[in-house]
Design a protein around this ligand. Structure first.
Ligand code: AMP
Ligand code: MG
Length: 318
């Protein structure tokens, strides 16, 4: 009925009730689907089903030491999976639904496939704000593991076309709700007995979190990599990336910001939210351009700019 491909591979469906119902059935049957969220497109599977979760790792080519974020419809569902202390409860209360992921101690009886947490004693939980992802969680009655819907290590997808280009037939169904509003992956915060720590900067800033909690973040733990957002190379285009480039050479595709026009501009007015929403699409276009390299104008390193520069730094490491 929907689409003509007999295998049902890689179909892109407009985001409506029919698509949500079909995706929910697919998830309940242990399949994977690509879904829009307010951050980037996610590749979703039933978090309690080991076979389904294995399909995410296979489709992405994701290393199995890299755990997944579990998406829940509400705080109650999250509390069935992880231990919430006062700090975690305050953050969920203030920022959910929204682009904040909490890393919390996982409960012994949580119905979560072991591969989701990659053997850690903690689990990453998020309650997404996007109406389609929310509708899918309700329609399926599941909590879903959903990393970004791209091949591991590549640029995150902010449109359905990005998902199709990166994953191709590895994903049978993509729900298309247009470009993601935020355009950057969620902020990841670890809540520990002695305080809180940002594992990955994102749309919700450290200052916003500190304003709720009243205490500054802990420094780097030195415990090694906890979130692969912390891996040096991630979100990487195929071409070399040069940062803080006020000008570009003829061989470079120049991504501008504010007064630096470039071949395209993340935000001519210097608006960081607009720049964040445009960032990954700009990197995709730069990668697809006929130039051999990419140069990026300096981006203000404050507020949302911290998360943008975090992604750019990792894009520049090869
Ligand atoms: P992605 O789903 O591609 O946005 O990546 C998910 C991020 O969440 C990765 O950086 C993971 O390492 C991180 N993550 C998931 N679970 C945990 C956990 N239990 N502790 C720390 N980081 C986690
Ligand atoms: Mg990712």
């Amino acid at each position: 009925m929907l689409g003509s491909n007999p295998q049902g591979k890689g179909r892109i469906l407009p985001a409506d009730a029919l698509a949500v119902a079909e995706a929910a059935t697919h998830l309940r049957n242990g399949g994977i689907v690509a879904v829009p969220t307010e951050t980037v497109y996610g590749l979703a599977a039933d978090a309690s089903n080991a076979n389904a979760v294995a399909k995410i790792y296979a489709a992405k080519g994701r290393p199995d030491f890299n755990p997944l974020i579990v998406h829940v419809p509400d705080t109650e569902a999250a509390e069935a999976i992880a231990h919430f202390d006062d700090v975690a409860a305050a953050l969920a209360d203030r920022f959910w639904p929204g682009p904040l992921t909490l890393v919390l101690p996982v409960k012994d009886d949580a119905k979560i496939a072991p591969a989701v947490t990659a053997g850690l004693g903690t689990i990453a939980l998020r309650c997404p704000a996007h109406p389609i992802m929310h509708a899918l969680l309700l329609a399926s009655g599941l909590v879903v593991a959903a990393p970004s819907a791209n091949r591991s290590g590549g640029i995150s997808p902010t449109t359905a076309a990005h998902v199709a280009a990166s994953l191709g037939d590895a994903v049978p169904l993509i729900i298309d709700a247009g470009a993601c509003r935020s355009g950057l992956e969620s902020t990841i915060v670890a809540v520990r007995a002695d305080g809180w720590q940002i594992l990955r900067p994102g749309p919700i800033t450290a200052a916003q979190i500190q304003a709720v909690l009243g205490t500054p973040p802990l420094g780097q733990s030195g415990k090694g990599i906890e979130a692969p957002g912390q891996l040096a190379s991630h979100y990487a285009p195929a071409k070399p990336v040069r940062l803080n480039a006020a000008t570009a050479t003829s061989g470079e595709w120049h991504i501008g910001f504010a007064a630096i026009a470039g071949d395209e501009n993340l935000s001519a007015s210097g608006n960081l939210a607009e720049a964040a929403a445009n960032l990954f699409a700009a990197l995709h276009r730069a990668d697809a351009s006929d130039r051999l390299a990419i140069a990026v104008a300096p981006i203000t390193d404050q507020g949302l700019g911290v998360a943008i520069n975090d992604r750019l730094l990792r894009a520049a490491v090869r």
